[in-house]
Design a protein around this ligand. Structure first.
Ligand code: GLU
Length: 495
């Protein structure tokens, strides 16, 4: 169903507008994802716009980190812009706002604070000396080369008049209003000629015909300034939807300085979250689908996403020093791992095996993937769960593990000897191994459990391992026999 929150009829276009001043933050990633879902659900366009006009704080490393994070999420966008390449438009729009009388030049040198009028709360509101300056004087001083900032002339109620109220209807936070008298005469252009965020953002939003602005709740109060700019531009403001803040378990806003790596998208990637699981998790921080389901694919999320499902309450990401990832994120990841087709899972596992130093061919990785998928929650768990498939030698294990419950070392030895005989001649496929080893158990008068445990520990180096016959097929006859021989030697001192 198309969204009906907009009172006007124009093509649905949203934008994600990160400032490249740090790595891709989980909160920004959520904003991106919800914009993406909104666009895709409604068949609209998603614009990626880098808000890179703050030259002092922007870094190339940050631009790279943002693209790296977005690429990992695997969600595409339709158009891409850089604000730094649109400065001409911003200046033209500032000029237009000035020419229409919605702005004035402020020649106050930076940091000079005299002659300013304060609000009831003591905040700076406007500078009458500058605001009331005649156009002639303003033009003369500008022509003389005196630097100036351009400020919005926020409507002030005349002594006798009715105070102007600014309004907008937020799709999440509902009707918002504020007295214009409480909004300061904010800058549109700085004295170095660079646009402020407010101007650049609104000029671009109008020019790019953005129909809905979905962004963090920390921009809710900026929106009053933005509707004033849209008014000055003669443009219909977009529909606004602000997203609840992401907070740490102690309720504080998530920040890199305070909370460290858990705030960065690449931390999740590197630990082995699947993008689909991470997207699923982030969506549920502040949004809930009508059906209250939690484990959802990207297609299901796209079908279900509406702004009506976005909540107002801050969304908590749970983490601690002991447990860096939210348990729900980890659970969802395990579910997504299980739901992934095995060839895709194997592609996702490959870099983790490589990083662990395993010589893992694509064929072997594909064979191992289904055997460990139920045993891992993060892709990063895979090397430890699968090391015995790849390492030439097993890590040392306690030989007592070879001994079945209610058995002794002599029994374990009999099992290992017979297993070697059987495995030397049996065809090495699942069904043949199954039949031959069960027959061998019968020959020793054993049930399957006591028969298989010594073999499992011998070939995997642990009791807790994937299904035995599949595992042995992947390892191959020679490796299995070699490991069983070594197990015999390990067991010898316990006899
Ligand atoms: N660049 C701003 C930010 O990263 C964009 C805010 C907006 O969406 O308007 O917070």
């Amino acid at each position: 169903m198309p969204e009906t929150t907009s009172s006007f009829d124009r093509p649905l276009r949203v934008r994600f507008a990160p400032s490249p001043t740090g790595f891709l933050h989980v909160g920004s990633a959520r904003t991106f994802i919800l914009n993406w879902l909104f666009a895709r659900h409604n068949g609209g366009d998603l614009v990626l716009r880098l808000d890179d006009t703050d030259v002092e704080r922007n870094t190339d490393a940050s631009v790279q980190s943002i693209f790296e994070g977005l690429k990992w999420l695997g969600l595409n966008w339709d158009e891409e812009y850089k604000q730094s390449e649109r400065l001409q438009l911003h200046r033209e729009k500032a000029e237009e706002i000035f020419a229409k009388g919605f702005a004035y030049r402020d020649f106050t040198p930076a940091h000079a604070g005299d002659e300013k009028t304060s609000s009831a709360q003591g905040a700076w509101l406007f500078n009458p000396g500058m605001r009331e300056m005649s156009r002639e004087e303003s033009d003369r001083r500008a022509a003389a080369g005196e630097p100036f900032a351009l400020r919005y002339r926020v409507p002030r109620s005349p002594d006798s008049g009715v105070a102007r109220m600014l309004h907008f209807n937020d799709s999440v936070y509902g009707a918002q209003s504020k007295l214009a008298n409480e909004v300061e005469d904010f800058a549109l252009l700085r004295s170095d000629g660079m646009p402020t965020y407010h101007l650049a953002s609104c000029a671009d939003d109008a020019d790019l015909r953005i129909s809905h602005i979905i962004r963090g709740q920390d921009h809710l109060t900026n929106t009053f300034k933005h509707i004033l700019i849209f008014e000055a531009l003669g443009a219909e403001p977009p529909q606004f939807a602000h997203l609840p803040l992401l907070v740490a378990p102690d309720g504080t806003k998530l920040s890199k300085r305070k909370h460290g790596a858990v705030v960065s998208v690449t931390t999740y990637r590197d630990a082995g979250f699947l993008p689909s699981a991470f997207v699923n998790f982030l969506c549920l921080l502040g949004w809930s689908p009508k059906n209250d389901l939690e484990f959802l694919s990207i297609d299901e999320l796209t079908a279900l996403f509406t702004l009506e499902g976005v909540n107002r309450a801050n969304a908590v990401i749970n983490f601690s020093d002991a447990d860096p990832f939210d348990p729900k994120a980890v659970w969802l990841n395990a579910e997504h791992i299980r739901a992934l087709p095995v060839d895709q899972l194997s592609e996702c596992l490959a870099p983790f095996f490589k990083q662990a130093g395993f010589n893992a061919s694509p064929e072997k990785t594909l064979a191992v993937a289904p055997l460990i998928r139920e045993r891992i929650k993060l892709l990063g768990d895979a090397p430890a769960a699968a090391d015995f498939f790849f390492l030439p030698e097993l890590a040392p294990y306690d030989p007592a593990e070879l001994i079945p419950q209610k058995g002794d070392a002599a029994l374990a030895m009999r099992v290992l000897k017979l297993a070697q005989e059987v495995l030397a001649t049996t065809a090495f496929d699942h069904d043949s191994l199954d039949a031959a080893l069960r027959a061998a158990a019968a020959q020793l008068g054993l049930k399957a459990g006591p028969m298989f445990q010594p073999i499992r520990v011998a070939v995997c180096g642990r009791k807790n391992a994937p299904p035995l016959f599949e595992t042995m097929v992947v390892l191959g006859r020679d490796v299995c026999l070699d490991r069983i021989r070594k197990a015999e030697a390990n067991l010898q001192p316990l006899l």
